[in-house]
Design a protein around this ligand. Sequence first.
Ligand code: APR
Length: 341
Amino acid sequence: MKAAVFYGPHQPLRIETVPDPVPGPDEILVQVAACGLCHTDLHYIDHDVPTAHKPPLILGHEASGTVTAVGERVKGFAVGAPVLVPAVFSCGECRQCRRGRENICEHMVMPGNHVNGAYAELMTAPAKDVLHLPQEIPLVDACIIADAVSTPYNAVKNRGRVQPGDTVAVFGCGGVGLNVVQIAAASGAKVIAVDISDEKLENARRFGAEVALKGGEGNQVSKEIKRLTGGGVDIAFEAIGYPPTIVQAFDSLARGGRLVQVGYCQHPVELNVSRLMFFEMEVLGSLGCSPLDYVPLIDLVARGRLKLSELISHRVPLERINEGLDHLRNGQGIRNIVVMD
Ligand code: APR
């Protein structure tokens, strides 16, 4: 099969012919229809974040496709079925999996990180993790549900616990933050979007933000949010991973408010703990999405309650994957995907 292979940081992915993967007894062989290009890939390619499996490795963790073969013990999938492959496979046995928190599984396996991923014509995945896709959702576009939509869904529903009538601020309206905006708005919240890019703020308005504010350094934006809301928002999501905006997000909260950290940040951040204690505030992390939540999420997309195709700005064939990664590097568009022939 054809695949885009990662040989190490600071070099383009190489398009090569590699052996077809063979599904194990509990696995499915998926003919990949499309795979989303994600910032996580740029962490490996540009920023020296090591992959769990040493390269060469096929990256890609946001895939949709069609079942082409099933292992001998697989019962629930027929050849030809449209499926979504989630960004993380859980072990099902550790303490966190047993508590229904598979997204923080102690032995999680991520395609395109621990094992070969979806920048390829074929991939294997454990049947227990793969999800059926309904006909209403275009198969190619569905790929981005696996991370760009599901990660914000978990952040809004489980970590932010957003309720109708809540006021919400979303810092960063890139691929992830924009979906926080649309899911929080669909949950009945009043959403204030913050970004430094006018284009991203315009996107945020189209996806349900009632207010769009230009961000920047300093505490101006937090003050403006407090002024607009009469004291601060109930929930702030940070979807950038930048220490100053993490502080801004925390500082824009009302008493009893909740900061949900969605953006990845490896630096320490100083937050005012006296406010945290005195106003009973919460600071929570949010990672990925649990398998349980994929079913209602797919249903919301199928019923047209969440926009999907409108999120996809660039579609490139596998041969031009490095061009697609450049779009991502330059912050162009909302979500870029690789579409297989
Ligand atoms: N203030 C406000 N917005 C900012 C600022 C700032 N100081 N700096 C950057 N932004 C905006 C950018 O303009 C962009 O719209 O943050 C957005 C970041 O979006 P993307 O680069 O598209 O990143 P995305 O894929 O959405 O991921 C965001 O979530 O899962 C994590 O690893 C991921 O840390 C990353 C974060």
